[in-house]
Design a protein around this ligand. Sequence first.
Ligand code: ACO
Length: 425
Amino acid sequence: MSDKAKLVLGDKTIELPVFTGTEGEKAIDITKLRAETGYVTLDSGYMNTGACTSAITFLDGEQGILKYRGYSIEEIAEKSSFLEASYLVFYGKLPTATELKTFEDRIAAFDDVPEGIKTMIKAFPKDAHPMAVLSANMVSLSAFHHDLCAQDLTPPQKDQAIAQLMGQLKVMAAYAFRHSQGKDFVKSDRSLDYCSDFIHMMTGNKNVKKEVAKALDVLLILHVDHEQNCSTSSVRLVGSSKANIFATISAGVDALWGPLHGGANQAVLEMLEEIKGSGKSYQQFLDEVKDKNSSSRLMGFGHRVYKNFDPRAKIIKKACDSVLATLGAQDSLLDIAKGLEEVALKDEYFVSRKLYPNVDFYSGIIYRALGIPTNMFTVMFAMGRLPGWLAQWKEMVEQPGFKICRPRQIYTGDTKNTYKDLKSR
Ligand code: ACO
């Protein structure tokens, strides 16, 4: 097949290069399109737009494949730790034992936040959503760490930014939670692993069950990166203006919060609770979400890229059963989720639109079993996705030919209005 695409515009034909990725995906390179033809492309919601090249994550939505740096998500979830997977996405290779230990120690060293940030957390109302607290605190860190706010960070500064944000986001998430409970902050304990320390900082209990820490670790691994999703694209967009790293990551937190993205994990739990409380049958509920006059959706179902099972959902569904069994817990919401999934997967509406459970459908049930409250679910997602945001930002700023992201539009408004002064309008 030719490595050029031909575009016919009236009596003019131009050739556009075809770019082929390492997994064989093909893209028409339109870099010169506007210069040569005066046309731009129109692609609402970026359904067909490759906004960048990236060597971090590959996903094939038709086959249900997800890989970090060439390693399958199944293998990483089974064999790696969250911090090892984070190192992999940042630095492009699995660390040696020494590299991993150094990396873990560097992150653990950022075990607190400036006093001003603690004061800010305490100034929020107790019922503030922890994502609001996280976003505000993330951007506010820039006021305390001027060294990392330079336009172009040196390689050691980038390494520091990575370790610092990985350490401090965990601290801010735990502190935000403690504040919402009206409880004092719990100081980090460096002798604990990342997930055990986080649970310790939330609960005040240092004796975290191995199985609980492991389950949380796997959940975080599954969220590490997912190529150009809404929050990652926001990080790239904001970071492309050379906004500082704290502002850049805060933009990711904000985009993630929406219920069509990371906020879906909270929305799923609320939906399952609603079904339980209302006594509606699964079919009745599904009929409601299928009704085009209703704005509700089956939360945790559907994905822009996966048109087959989300591989992360498969792993989580399995983990759900084993976590509940290990903890000796039972959750009627898990039965509702399974029942709902079974009926939806037989329903023509969901089948024909290729709507399957996504990562958020079952993750909340595990968080609940681990004792993490519903309004913290999206914060957990942010903790898991932070390495992806940082890795994608690092890759972008290090790419030759790096440019500010600035899409075009097609104007459809009025073309010539006559101005009338205030009195005559
Ligand atoms: N429930 C009911 N109908 C749905 C759902 C759903 N969850 N998802 C998609 N549809 C329908 C749409 O109404 C549309 O139907 P139509 O063709 O008759 O108009 C069709 O399926 C295609 O849906 P789009 O919204 O065009 O698909 P898009 O790729 O833009 O959206 C999204 C993907 C946002 C994830 C969507 O499936 C959704 O809203 N899901 C529920 C929220 C959710 O779980 N989000 C988490 C996604 S994963 C993540 O971000 C971590």
